[in-house]
Design a protein around this ligand. Structure first.
Ligand SMILES: O=C(O)COP(=O)(O)O
Ligand SMILES: [Mg+2]
Length: 224
């Protein structure tokens, strides 16, 4: 068996979490007497964790300028309060996530989540969406010292699961995921429906692009 474990990104891969993130970001902007942003813009700001999302929202652009520490602290406090309220209320699993996970689990593969979302938001979301029973480990954006695109979280997940990097495949939606996997020398699949900062996934360095988690399971079984 080539693969013994499958790791998954969360936002944009398993869960369409943008409605709840956008709600919190716009509530933060309103509370700070700033203009709210269209959901389409905020969607492109997701992927490098909530701190980067907040900075991008404050600048209303992807390439943010570092805010003053006091301003950031105020914004983060608002965002965290509002995201705790909205997290998991409108977020939805993408099609074929549950069936794909069930098929992988049935074959005895170990499953993990590796997300840049901080743990205080990851764990409630994983519970509320019904994902929790499938996973042997959940690695959040603040679990390790560095997060994706750094490979640390992937090494940590493998170590905790007791599997080798070469027997593990990572499934994600963005450049952060493929760069982390490439740096770890781990096989990687991407899905086309998530958030890749508004860019196509066609040019990423991957083993395959798969339509959804069920197709990902087919691909994994075809290698095993
Ligand atoms: O919190 C984010 O910005 C993205 O989280 P992800 O790593 O699950 O895509
Ligand atoms: Mg993602």
């Amino acid at each position: 068996m080539k693969y013994q474990a499958v790791l998954f990104d969360l936002d944009g891969t398993l869960v369409d979490s943008v409605p709840d993130i956008a709600h919190a970001a716009n509530a933060m902007l309103k509370a700070m007497s700033r203009e709210t942003l269209p959901l389409a813009d905020l969607r492109n700001f997701v992927g490098k964790g909530t701190a980067v999302l907040i900075k991008r929202a404050l600048c209303a652009q992807l390439n943010y300028i570092e805010p003053e520490p006091a301003l950031f602290e105020q914004a983060e406090a608002f965002f965290n309060t509002f995201y705790h309220q909205s997290n998991g209320t409108q977020s939805e699993l993408y099609p074929n996530v549950l069936s794909g996970l069930a098929r992988l689990q049935e074959k005895g593969l170990k499953l993990g989540i590796v997300t840049n979302k901080p743990e205080q938001f990851t764990l409630p979301l994983v519970q509320k969406t019904g994902l929790a029973p499938f996973f042997d480990i959940v690695v959040s954006g603040d679990t390790c010292a560095l997060k994706k695109p750094h490979p640390d979280q992937l090494f940590y997940a493998c170590q905790k699961l007791g599997v080798e990097v070469e027997n593990t495949v990572f499934i994600g939606d963005s450049l952060n995921d493929t760069q982390a996997a490439n740096a770890a020398n781990m096989d990687v699949l991407v899905l086309p429906y998530g958030y890749n900062e508004g860019k196509s996934v066609q040019n990423l360095t991957v083993n395959a692009i798969v339509e959804d988690i069920s197709f990902a399971a087919d691909w994994i079984f075809s290698q095993n």
